[in-house]
Design a protein around this ligand. Structure first.
Ligand code: SF4
Length: 347
């Protein structure tokens, strides 16, 4: 029986060097192939023109390059681009390019479906199938970088892990992908331009702090009152705010990095002064920024964006307490850009 071909991008550079040596070739060949795989994002062994034909054939016989495929690309009238990304096993995730006058941000997925169950989120309704591999995360970034150059005449400037999935539930692969994205042998991006956005997994936040990571942290908070948060993000019953706050204090003590809170204000859920006061109490221990995000409703209408009066109340009270506030307009409404919407319609 013929052995199954192995995924060559699961190999480290050293493993590729060892492989070529074991074949009686020079270890340096491993460096060349590694460069083709990552820096040049080669889609086939055929593309590796400085490798001999016989070696390319040997690679073809033994390995596969499991590149993602952008199955469907939708362009919004506001410049947002949404990709439905087909993985090698036929599953789909999504990634989004979000342009502003000064930057282009890639919003990438880390899981097929999600381990968590936020009630306002379209992805939560998809079955969690599996974690993405580092190369599948990396490829989403490369695809968006290419689209940014093509449609917006500039390279990608920022990355947020805010697409499908909870990145800290796929911690090792997310960190490996970030290593490749920031490495000079990959895309060479500064880690300061990368934000990992989590719903708050205390143990993993502490682990990141211990590992001295250089990227930024954002927390999807949405409420600083346990009962309210548990009602919209049921896993909060397992990871209550007290534990999250303790982990964030640990993060700040170690990294001295400002923490960003992602926060949607919904009508009748978290739109009172009591909710704002709880938020201030929760985040005042460290320099913080609150992004008030406009909600892109999913079909059932259970969650509705709060009134502009409620948003104004949040803004003025937060600012009076020296907490930086930004208001994020929802992007790509005409192309179903809310988390999980496209995949829900294409699966
Ligand atoms: S909001 Fe994020 S963490 Fe929550 S279910 Fe959706 S993808 Fe998962």
């Amino acid at each position: 029986m013929k052995a199954e071909k192995r995924d060559i991008r699961a190999f480290t550079k050293q493993q590729l060097r060892d492989f070529f040596e074991s074949q009686g070739d020079k270890a340096f060949r491993g460096n060349q192939v590694y460069e083709w795989l990552w820096q040049k994002s080669a889609h086939s062994f055929e593309d590796m023109t400085n490798i001999s034909k016989a070696t390319r054939q040997m690679l073809e016989d033994n390995f596969v390059i499991n590149h993602i495929k952008v199955d469907q690309m939708q362009r919004s009238s506001d410049g947002t681009i949404k990709n439905a990304v087909r993985l090698h096993d036929g599953l789909t995730v999504e990634s989004v390019l979000i342009p502003t006058p000064t930057r282009t941000t890639a919003c990438v997925s880390s899981q097929v479906g999600c381990s968590l169950d936020c009630r306002f989120c379209a992805t939560a309704r998809l079955k969690r199938m599996r974690n993405l591999n580092p190369d599948e995360i990396y490829d989403q970034v490369v695809a968006i970088d290419n689209e940014s150059r093509l449609y917006h005449d500039r390279p990608l400037s920022n990355i947020v892990f805010m697409g499908m999935g909870e990145p800290l539930m796929n911690y090792n692969n997310v960190l490996k992908a970030i290593d490749k994205i920031t490495s000079p042998e990959g895309l060479g991006m500064s880690p300061k331009r990368i934000t990992v956005s989590t719903s708050g997994v205390p143990k993993m936040i502490k682990k990141m702090a211990d590992e001295n990571v250089k990227f930024k942290l954002a927390v999807s908070l949405h409420s600083a009152i346990d009962e309210v948060r548990t009602s919209i993000m049921p896993f909060n019953a397992t990871f209550p705010l007290k534990d999250l706050r303790e982990a964030l204090e640990y993060w700040y003590a170690k990294t001295k990095n400002r923490i960003t809170y992602e926060y949607v204000v919904w009508e009748g859920i978290n739109d009172t002064k009591k909710d704002v006061d709880a938020l201030i109490k929760f985040c005042k221990f460290a320099p913080s920024k609150v992004n008030l995000i406009e909600y892109n409703p999913i079909d059932d209408g259970e969650f509705q964006q709060a009134s502009s009066k409620a948003i104004d109340m949040y803004t003025s009270i937060l600012e009076a307490n020296n907490i930086t506030v930004t208001i994020r307009r929802s992007r790509g409404k005409d192309i179903d850009a809310a988390c999980g919407q496209l995949a829900n319609k294409t699966q």
